[in-house]
Design a protein around this ligand. Structure first.
Ligand code: 7RM
Length: 635
C-alpha cells in the first residue's frame, strides 16, 4: 500500500513505525511508486557512519529533471509550474507553465553544452530570484553538471572563495538585481571576484536591470541571444543515483565554508515526499516559500520538491518591506496562496509593523503556514497563528539543515497537533536521539540533550566537496555511529521535540548561519586590531545579533572608536557580506582566556546578553581581571 500521502495521526504513527522497523523496504516503496527511473536500483541502501559512507538506490539511473518536468507534460503541460512575482508590484507577474519551463530548461541546457559544460563540471550560479535562477539550476541537472548556487547577497570575496573551492568553470549571473528601491551591481561583484578565479572560463550574463556593464571579451556572454538560438529540446543525461546533483556552501564554526554535496536519487525522493506531506499539497494549490534559492530551503522547497510533485511554486524577487510592509500579504492575496512558508525573523519584523498591513489583505486562501531557519519564539508563533492564520491554519515549524537536504522534524498539518515553539515529531524515516555530553543516549521523555540522528535518510549530504575528512570530523565524530546536528533539543512529556539552538560557534542571524571564525578573521585583517571574539545576543527581530569584542594593537595610540567601528564593519561587509555586520563593537584591553588559550565565549555571551548574575566557573581563566573591565564597559 502506498504511504505517499499521510492524512491522519494514526496513519502517521503507522507509517513511522514501518519506516523505522524496515527503512529499506519503506523507502523502496516510496521510490518505486512515485518517480520515474531509467533503471532500477540494485540495492536500496548501504551505509557506514564510521567511514562515513552512505549510498541510496545504488545502481539506479535517472535524471531528476525528467521527474520535475518531462513526466508532467502529458497531464500538466499547461499548468503553471512557476509564478514569478517581481520586485516591483507594477511589473507584471509571470506564469510559466510546465511546457514553457521544460522548453526554457532545455534551451539553457543546450547553451551550457555549447559553451563547453559537460557532466560533472561545476557551474556557479550567482543570480537574483528571477526565473533564470530556477532554469539554470534545472539546466545543470539536465546535463549532469553540478550546480553551486551562491546567494546573490554574498560579497565578491565570499563568491571567489566558493568558486575556487569547487573549481567552477562557469558563472551564470545577471547585469544587476533589484532589492526594494535599490539596485545591486551583480556583474561588478562577479568581475571583482573573478580577478582571483583562474578556473572560470565563461560568464553568462542575464539582463535584469538593463544597466551598463563591462563585458570581458572572450569570457563574458549575454545569455539571451544564446538562448534565442538554442534548440528547445534536450535529451536528459542518464545519471547515476549517487552522482552529485549540487554543492551548496554552509558556514562552519571554523575556517572555510563547507561545500555540502547532495546526490541525485535520495535527494529527489526525500524532498518530493516531504514537500507533499509537510505542506499537504493538493493539486491546484498555490505554494509560496519566501526563501531565496541561494539557500537549501529554496533548492528543496522552491525548486526540486514542488516541481517533482507537479506543483505550482511562487518565486518572489522582492523584499518584505517594499513598497511597504504589507507586501507579503499583498502577494498572498494577489496569487491566492494556499501554503505560505517563511522564516521567524520575517515574522518578527512584520509583527512589529502592526496588524493593519495584514488586515488590509484577504488571506482566506491560506491553508497551511510554515516556518524554518531558527527557533520561533512564543510571541511570534502566536502572532503568526492569530493574525496571519486566523487560528485556523496549522503552523508547521520545520526543523532541518543544509546537510539534511529536507525537513526532518515537523508537524504534518491537520495530522499532528501543533504546540507553540515545538517542531514536534520526526518525519517518517528519521530516527532522532538526544545525547548527553558523555556520549550516552538519553532515553525517556522530559529530557534535553544534543540532537543526533541514528540512521541514514535518503537526502543526507554525502560529503564536503574536496574534504571528506572534515565531513567525518564535523558530523560523525562527536558521537559514535551517529550524525551530529550541532543543535541542542529537548523532548517533552509526549515525545515532542523543541530545538533549543546551536551548541557550537555558529550564530543564526535573521535566519542566516554565520560562523564566528570567518568574521573574526575579517576583523583581524584591520591593521589596528590585535584580536577579536564574536558572540550572539538576543535581538527582537533578527533572533540573534552579533556582538564583537575587539582588542587593539597599540592602546597608547588614540583612535576614534566610532571610525574604527565603521571600518571594521566595512571590512566584514567586503569579506563576507552585509549580513555579517556587527550590531555592537566593544573595545577592550583583553579577552578572557583559559590557560590553554581558548577564549571563554560563554562569559562574553553572558555579558552581551546582559545576563551577568552568574558567570559560572571562571577558575580556569588566565586573566580574570579583564572580565570586570568588560562588564563595566558593556554596550
Ligand atoms: C533549513 C535551514 C540549519 C540550522 C539548524 C538549526 C536552525 C532550522 C529550525 C532551526 C529551530 C527550526 N538550513 N534551524 N530550522 N532551529 N527550529 N524550525 O535553515 O543549514 O541554513 O540552518 O538552522 O540551528 O541547525 S541551514
Amino acid at each position: 500500500m502506498s504511504n505517499y500521502h499521510i492524512k491522519h495521526l494514526e496513519e502517521y504513527f503507522q507509517v513511522y513505525r514501518k519506516s523505522v522497523r524496515n527503512p529499506e523496504s519503506f523507502w523502496e516503496e516510496v521510490a518505486e511508486e512515485h518517480f520515474v527511473w531509467r533503471k532500477r536500483w540494485d540495492k536500496v541502501l548501504s551505509w557506514d557512519f564510521n567511514k562515513p559512507e552512505i549510498r541510496w538506490f545504488e545502481g539506479a539511473k535517472l535524471n531528476i529533471t525528467e521527474n520535475c518536468l518531462d513526466r508532467h507534460l502529458p497531464t500538466k503541460g499547461d499548468k503553471t509550474a512557476i509564478i514569478f512575482e517581481p520586485n516591483d508590484p507594477k511589473e507584471e507577474a509571470q506564469h510559466i507553465t510546465y511546457k514553457q519551463l521544460y522548453e526554457r530548461v532545455c534551451r539553457m541546457a543546450n547553451v551550457l553544452t555549447e559553451q563547453g559544460i559537460s557532466k560533472g563540471d561545476r557551474v556557479c550560479i550567482y543570480l537574483p530570484m528571477i526565473p533564470e535562477l530556477a532554469v539554470s539550476v534545472l539546466a545543470c541537472a539536465r546535463i549532469g553538471a553540478i550546480h553551486s548556487v551562491v546567494f546573490a547577497g554574498f560579497s565578491a570575496n565570499a563568491l571567489a572563495t566558493r568558486i575556487n573551492d569547487s573549481e567552477c568553470k562557469m558563472v551564470i549571473t545577471s547585469d544587476g538585481s533589484y532589492r526594494g528601491a535599490k539596485t545591486i551591481d551583480l556583474k561588478g561583484i562577479v568581475d571583482e571576484a573573478l580577478k582571483s578565479c583562474p578556473c572560470v572560463e565563461t560568464v553568462l550574463v542575464a539582463k535584469r536591470i538593463n544597466s551598463e556593464v563591462k563585458m570581458q571579451e572572450g569570457r563574458d556572454k549575454w545569455l539571451q541571444p544564446l538562448l534565442d538560438h538554442a534548440y528547445q529540446d534536450c535529451s536528459a543525461e542518464v545519471m547515476d543515483s549517487e552522482d552529485p546533483l549540487f554543492i551548496l556552501y554552509t558556514s562552519g564554526s571554523t575556517g572555510q565554508p563547507k561545500g555540502m554535496v547532495h546526490t541525485i536519487g535520495g535527494y529527489m525522493v526525500y524532498t518530493a515526499y516531504t514537500f507533499k506531506n509537510v505542506f499537504q499539497y493538493r493539486d491546484g494549490d498555490i505554494y509560496w516559500c519566501t526563501a531565496d534559492v541561494g539557500w537549501i530551503t529554496g533548492h528543496s522547497y522552491i525548486v526540486y520538491g514542488p516541481l517533482a510533485n507537479g506543483a505550482t511554486t511562487l518565486m518572489f524577487e522582492g523584499i518584505p518591506t517594499f513598497p511597504d510592509s504589507g507586501r507579503f500579504w499583498q502577494v498572498v492575496e494577489k496569487h491566492k496562496v494556499n501554503q505560505f512558508y517563511t522564516a521567524p525573523t520575517a515574522i518578527r519584523a512584520l509583527a512589529k509593523e502592526g496588524v493593519e498591513h495584514v488586515e488590509a489583505c484577504d488571506l482566506s486562501s491560506i491553508k497551511v503556514l510554515g516556518t524554518v531557519g531558527e527557533p520561533i519564539n512564543e510571541e511570534a508563533w502566536h502572532w503568526y497563528n492569530e493574525t496571519v492564520g486566523s487560528k485556523k491554519s496549522p503552523i508547521v515549524d520545520t526543523w532541518w539543515q543544509t546537510e539534511t537536504g529536507g525537513v526532518m522534524i515537523t508537524p504534518l498539518p491537520f495530522v499532528t497537533p501543533t504546540k507553540p515553539t515545538y517542531a514536534t515529531l520526526p518525519f517518517p524515516g528519521i530516527q532522532p536521539a538526544l545525547m548527553d555530553e558523555q556520549g550516552h543516549e538519553i532515553s525517556g521523555n522530559q529530557v534535553e540533550g544534543r540532537l543526533c540522528i541514528k540512521y541514514p535518510w535518503p537526502s543526507i549530504a554525502r560529503t564536503i566537496w574536496g574534504n571528506h575528512q572534515r565531513y567525518k570530523d564535523t558530523y560523525f565524530s562527536a558521537f559514535e555511529n551517529m550524525y551530529f546536528t550541532g543543535d541542542g533539543a529537548l523532548r517533552d512529556e509526549v515525545g515532542y521535540y523543541r530545538i533549543t539552538g546551536r551548541v557550537d560557534d555558529v550564530i543564526i542571524v535573521s535566519g542566516h548561519n554565520l560562523g564566528t571564525a570567518p568574521i573574526e578573521d575579517a576583523i583581524n585583517e584591520h591593521p589596528a586590531v590585535a584580536e577579536s571574539a564574536i558572540v550572539g545576543f538576543p535581538h527582537d527581530i533578527k533572533g540573534n545579533a552579533l556582538y564583537g569584542y575587539v582588542t587593539l594593537k597599540d592602546v597608547g595610540e588614540s583612535r576614534d572608536h566610532n571610525n574604527l567601528r565603521k571600518e571594521i564593519n566595512q571590512l566584514i561587509s567586503d569579506r563576507i557580506g552585509p549580513i555579517a555586520k556587527l550590531d555592537k563593537i566593544q573595545f577592550t584591553s583583553g579577552l578572557p582566556k583559559t590557560r590553554s588559550g581558548k577564549i571563554m565565549r560563554r562569559i562574553l555571551r553572558k555579558i552581551a546578553s546582559k545576563d551577568t548574575s552568574n558567570l559560572g566557573d571562571t577558575s580556569t581563566l588566565l586573566n580574570p581581571e579583564v572580565v570586570q573591565e568588560i562588564m563595566d564597559n558593556a554596550l
